[in-house]
Design a protein around this ligand. Structure first.
Ligand SMILES: [Zn+2]
Length: 389
């Protein structure tokens, strides 16, 4: 990684030939066409929604430093903004008045660039920016992104990866999965957590197709002129979910559907039964981990531990403990019914409440109810032994 410090590029230079296409939300250029301000890996422009664009202009007017800006050198006298896109876009929009915004004066009146005093305009235009121009491999740029802190929001993992593996594949993949106007976006976001503008839908699509090796996949496909493989795999997963489950409430969002698909998509399921079971388990107050219901059902409805079933509450356990212990003392046997029928030293042992656990006489997974009649207290050894069967 090579980084040259440049301090002689002014706002005037950077804004030369500034272009901003709001409709496409991309394609910003500066430095007389030599600088791509919004390359495909950068997030979309979000400064105008949180007032940071105004802060940038106020900083320039007051002579405050804007912080470091990073460019990556992509060719002979060609650059892309690695970090600083939001700041440069704010400046370009203000100065070139393509999509003008105003900054308030002391009295709160709006001031546009055109309405500033000439000295103020010159002050802004002559401000020299502090820019590092970097050259390096994809890995080096990724490392760089991990280290630098952005004045604003830190780049997330996928934004860094898009930066490191910029090229035709990333451009096409972003067009498909980072575009909020995509007609399928709402359907996808039922199952995938995150913001397409922050590259989180793309991140998930790549995670699924690569089986968690996103960097490896992006590296391999970097120069592809299509995203067929990515798209086919993604569509297969989504179609598979839709072919099985009707349920679309919040519990399905963010589940590792890519892993489920890999493990279970060759299995046959009874769709009607599957959906009845989902509703039954969603409504079961003893099923604590609702998100795991899908994997529980897909994996054959026997890994009860996935559901974190909370069987009996403390009152039920105490009542049962008292009943069992009173009976056991009368008979001179252990209050653990399994110990009582054994032949060792614990045959007549009275366990303390803390030393016992509640057990379903008829297992929950076999339809046993969770009321006191189906509850028995066992010593921990016997409860564990029974649970392992
Ligand atoms: Zn026992």
């Amino acid at each position: 990684m090579k980084a040259d410090l440049k301090t002689d590029w002014t706002v005037r230079d950077i804004c030369e030939g500034f272009m901003y296409d709001r409709a496409l939300d991309k394609g910003l250029y500066g430095l007389n066409g030599k600088l791509t301000i919004q390359p495909e890996y950068q997030r979309n422009y979000i400064y105008d929604s949180n007032g940071k664009d105004v802060k940038v202009i106020e900083s320039l007017l007051k002579g405050y430093p804007l912080g470091l800006i990073y460019f990556v050198k992509t060719g002979e006298d060609k650059y892309e903004v690695l970090d600083g896109q939001q700041r440069i876009t704010s400046i370009g929009r203000f100065v070139k008045t393509t999509y003008p915004f105003s900054v308030p004066d002391i009295d709160g009146n709006p001031r546009y660039f055109d309405s500033l005093h000439e000295e103020e305009q010159e002050k802004i235009l002559n401000t020299e920016l502090t820019i590092y121009v970097c050259e390096g491999t994809a890995q080096e740029i990724d490392e760089w992104f991990k280290i630098i802190n952005i004045a604003g929001v830190e780049l997330n993992e996928q934004e860094r990866l898009n930066a490191s593996y910029y090229g035709p594949f990333t451009t096409l993949a972003r067009k498909e999965y980072s575009n909020t106007n995509n007609a399928n976006m709402e359907k996808w976001r039922t199952y995938i957590k995150g913001d397409p503008k922050r590259q989180e839908i793309l991140h998930c699509a790549l995670d699924w197709v690569s089986n968690h090796d996103i960097a490896g996949y992006m590296s391999e496909h970097r120069n592809d002129n299509n995203i067929t493989d990515l798209k086919n795999h993604f569509d297969s997963v989504i179609d598979w979910i839709n072919s099985l489950f009707d349920y679309t409430d919040k519990e399905v969002k963010g589940l590792p559907w890519g892993d489920y698909y890999r493990k279970y998509h060759n299995n046959a399921y009874d769709r009607v039964k599957l959906n009845n079971d989902v509703l039954k388990l969603m409504g079961d107050p003893y099923v604590h981990d609702k998100k795991n219901i899908f994997e529980y059902l897909l994996s054959g409805s026997n890994r009860t531990e996935l559901l974190d079933v909370r069987y009996f509450d403390d009152n039920v356990k105490r009542t049962k403990y008292t009943q069992q212990t009173e009976q056991a003392k009368i008979k001179g046997i252990s209050n653990c019914p399994y110990c009582a029928i054994g032949n060792d030293n614990n045959k007549a042992k009275i366990w303390k409440f803390e030393e016992m656990d509640a057990d379903h006489v008829t297992a929950w997974s076999k339809g046993g109810s969770t009321d006191i009649d189906n509850c028995q207290m066992l010593c921990q050894t016997h409860n564990r032994a029974k649970g392992n069967k």
